[in-house]
Design a binder for this molecule. Structure first.
Ligand SMILES: Cc1ncc(COP(=O)(O)O)c(C=O)c1O
Length: 427
């Protein structure tokens, strides 16, 4: 059957960004049976034994409690499971000296859903026909923002400035405040901190400046903290979560070991939370409660924050060091390659300046030597202008073993050398 689709139906039935590449990767892995690929494309976190044990223990606690029936056998409130909301409020009030009540918190089925609600509640056409933009102040950013808006023309991203340390082969993106435009036609602002795909952590000052720009036009700023402290604490550089009147602090438990349970958390002004909660009631009534119930134990005991800091963060930080050390050893010093500063998340981001082929072709070349990464051009949702840089980067996942990461980077270095050399000879 081939039903006629609405405009929204057609749009939502297409895979965008990295999801489209994932299809190619899955097909490559399937077709290459017998060939050993080093797959450094995954965004799926690894199962760390201590983290899995924490969730097993919390599940045992839930099963043994009288709460169990209430959690799984009954509908609940749209806002989320009350004991979990209370646990988050207590934890954040204590940790950051806030005055949160339960009205400041909303739980959603994963944080992707949260961005979907926000993008469509604050972005798109108003009843008077005015287009409210969803602004990504620094591109590249999370590819998932590309698929959340039902009005695609509302999404707009800004090119960053590049802070380059040529000698060290390192760089860092910074928001370009001389270009960034926030005005009456801005509906909301979204960015990830730490950032997927680059590992960038915007500084406190940069975040405050963006928040102030938003505040002057009454614009909500969603800070996607899927990798931030206190859980999963995947920041490798010190950072402070920033709160404020127009800030929605958005979290996820996916990188803290519960991606399957789909838990997103929004913290912010109660009127903003109310708008998103109503959206949620219409969309799905409420998020599943089992994951929230076990998470309440882990937050209340302090175990989730402790395991994030002592297990999850060092695990991925070490992977980044392996990757960085190998690249420094293996990459020719005279090539213009630059690794983004590894400030957090579970990825490394490599920029090959003046790469003679596109990122997609480079990805194909790497597949030939059994290495899979993600071509960088999928991470610029909303950036409509042409920019050569978009086709000169790739995202490398830190979810491989140390050996896979080292071997993968050695092979990548050889491919890079070949590609640049070939172009020098044929020029
Ligand atoms: C930056 C960022 N935001 C949001 C998400 C969505 O996470 P979830 O819906 O699992 O909470 C991801 C997933 O990888 C991410 O990397």
């Amino acid at each position: 059957m081939n039903p006629a689709l609405s405009q929204i139906g057609a749009q939502m039935s297409h895979l965008t960004g990295v999801r489209a590449i994932m299809k190619d990767i899955i097909e490559t892995l399937r077709a290459g049976e017998g060939q050993q690929f080093i797959n450094l494309s995954a965004g799926n976190p690894l199962i760390l034994p201590q983290v899995e044990q924490l969730w097993r223990d919390c599940t045992a606690q839930l099963l043994a409690s009288s709460e169990y029936g209430e959690v799984v056998c009954r509908y609940g409130s749209s806002q989320g499971y009350a004991p979990f909301i209370k646990a988050i409020a207590n934890d954040f009030n204590q940790r950051y000296g806030l005055n949160l009540t339960e009205r400041n918190i909303l739980i959603t089925p994963g944080s992707q859903t949260l961005y979907f609600y926000a993008a469509n509640a604050f972005g798109g056409y108003t009843s008077s026909g005015e287009l409210k933009k969803i602004v990504l102040p620094l591109s590249p950013d999370y590819t998932g923002y590309g698929g959340v808006c039902l009005v695609p023309e509302a999404l707009i991203a800004y090119k960053p400035t590049l802070d380059i340390d040529a000698e060290a082969h390192k760089f860092k993106y910074r928001p370009d405040f001389s270009q960034l435009s926030i005005s009456e036609d801005t509906g909301c602002i979204i960015f990830s901190r730490p950032c997927n795909p680059t590992g960038n952590v915007l500084t406190d000052d940069e975040v405050k400046k963006i928040a102030e720009l938003g505040a002057s036009f009454n614009v909500p700023v969603l800070i996607d903290s899927a990798y931030a402290p206190p859980f999963p604490s995947l920041n490798f550089t010190p950072m402070t979560p920033i709160f404020g009147q127009n800030i929605l602090h958005c979290m996820s438990l996916s990188k803290a070991g519960l991606p399957g349970e789909r838990i997103g958390i929004a913290i912010g002004d109660k009127q903003l939370i109310h708008v998103l909660e109503c959206f949620q009631t219409n969309a799905c009534l409420h998020p599943s409660r089992y994951g929230q119930a076990i998470a309440a134990y882990a937050v209340n005991s302090g175990e989730l924050a402790a395991i994030s800091e002592n297990v999850i963060r060092p695990f991925y930080q070490n992977k980044f060091t392996v990757l960085e050390d190998t690249l420094f050893e293996a990459m020719p010093k005279d090539l213009p390659w630059f690794l983004h500063r590894g400030e957090g998340a579970i990825f490394a981001w490599l920029w090959l300046e003046d790469l003679p082929i596109t990122d997609w072709e480079f990805y194909q070349e790497l597949k030939q030597v059994g290495v899979i990464v993600v071509p960088g051009s999928t991470f610029f949702p909303g950036l409509n202008q042409e920019w050569a840089h978009k086709h000169q980067c790739c995202r490398i996942s830190l979810t491989g073993s140390d050996e896979e990461i080292a071997t993968g980077m050695q092979r990548l270095a050889k491919v890079a050398q070949k590609v640049y050399q070939y172009s020098a000879v044929s020029a």
